[in-house]
Structures are given as C-alpha cells and as structure tokens.
Design a binder for this molecule. Structure first.
Ligand code: DX5
Ligand code: ZN
Length: 217
C-alpha cells in the first residue's frame, strides 16, 4: 500500500500571500500542495488560474496537485502544464473527451487522474482506472471550502480501493472535502491514502499533531 500523504489546499490559505501559505506547508514537512481551480460554471465559485500557479512555481519545490473544476478542462491543460503542474486531475462529469485528455496529460510527462463528485457512481471511474496515477473522490459537492464531510461517499472509496487490489493497480486514492482529524481515519479505513485538507490544516493549532493524526502515522 502507498504511504499516506496530506496535501493541504491553499484555497483555505492566505490569498493575499499564497507564497507564505506554501511555506507553511513546507514547514509542516509535507511534500504536496493541492491547488483548486474553479471556473464559475462547473462549480458556482471562482478561485485562481494558471497565472497564479505559474507565479507560485518558483517559490516552492512542493508537488503541485492541480484539481481542475472546469466545464472544459481539456482546453486548459497546456496552460497548467506550462504553469508547472506536477499532476492534473479532471472531473468525469462534464462532456469532453476524458480518455484523450488523460492520454494528453501523460504524454507531456505530467501525472494525471480523474475526479468523481459525491453523486457520481464508482462505475463511471472503471474504464479510466488503468490510465490514472490517482483517483480523487470528492467528499463534498465541490465549489467551496469549509463544508461537512459526506460519509455516504465511504462505500465508493472502498469499492475503488477493492478494484485497485483485484486489478493489481497502484493508483493513489485521494479524498477532498471536509477532511479533518475525525474524518481522515474513516477515509484511511476505506482505502484512501491521499488526504486533501484546506480549512482543517490552516486552522489547526497543533500542526504536527494534525499531520500525524490525518496521515495515520
Ligand atoms: C472543494 C475543493 C476542496 C476544498 C477542501 O471544492 O475541491 O479542495 O478546498 O476544503 P476543506 O478541507 O475546507 O473542505
Ligand atoms: Zn480540490
């Protein structure tokens, strides 16, 4: 099994000083940062775009885990590759060529994966599993930080984890939304190995304690 990683989301960081938020992540001895990109169409909110990601890139050696919440993610892959993404995850719900887009991201030497909204069935992920470095299960309806974890997503996480084992694959299994010290252990129990946390990470008073608990170390 993969060692458990925590990828803080800078959506909950300081948007007047995101470079400082990256430093906070590095100070916690973490290796990944999660970057939430929202288009105001696929989700009812806007965050930041490739220009911001590109500006952050020289400030940090963190692994840039870019989560695209866009209606047309295929039209923005080049921009995020150029911005320095290490991994790009794309939703399966909008209408665009998902398989081709995964192939394209991979062909450029970037890691790739798919994202499932809470209401999206595990079966939808199945045709893509072999192509993916990571499968992201949303545990809130995407668009906003600070929402409550949806434990009805846990069986889906378990299902995808079981397929990973039976198909002898080794993609990471990531969860995003409402992940904190109480909900992370549930995700780990159901097979997840990559925790995104925005609000809970940046609000944590005892950061080392938080990291330890959330990664199950
Ligand atoms: C939700 C985003 C999440 C969000 C998580 O639309 O994809 O990454 O920032 O935030 P918390 O941890 O606050 O639920
Ligand atoms: Zn996200």
């Amino acid at each position: 099994p993969n060692a458990c990683l925590l990828a803080p989301s800078i959506l909950a960081g300081d948007h007047a000083n995101l470079a400082a938020s990256l430093k906070e992540i590095e100070s916690a001895d973490l290796k990944w940062v999660h970057l939430d990109i929202m288009d105001g169409h696929f989700v009812p909110n806007l965050s930041f775009g490739p220009q911001t990601v590109k500006a952050l890139r020289p400030n940090s050696k963190l692994f840039f885990d870019v989560h695209l919440m866009l209606d047309n993610p295929d039209k923005y892959i080049d921009a995020f590759l150029d911005a320095g993404a290490d991994q790009i995850t794309i939703h399966v719900e909008p209408d665009y060529p998902v398989m081709e887009t995964l192939d394209y991201i991979r062909s450029k030497g970037c890691k790739c994966g798919i994202v499932l909204n809470p209401g999206t069935d595990a079966q939808v992920a199945k045709p893509f599993l072999e192509k993916c470095d990571i499968i992201l299960c949303m545990t809130v309806q995407p668009g906003f930080g600070g929402q409550s974890f949806r434990d009805d997503v846990l069986p889906k996480i378990k299902q995808i984890s079981d397929w990973r084992e039976s198909m002898d694959l080794n993609f990471r299994l990531e969860v995003d939304g409402g992940v904190d010290m109480e909900t992370a252990p549930l995700c780990i129990e159901h097979g997840a190995d990559t925790m995104v946390a925005g609000t809970a990470f940046f609000k944590a008073v005892d950061r080392p304690g938080f990291v330890k608990k959330v990664t199950g170390r």
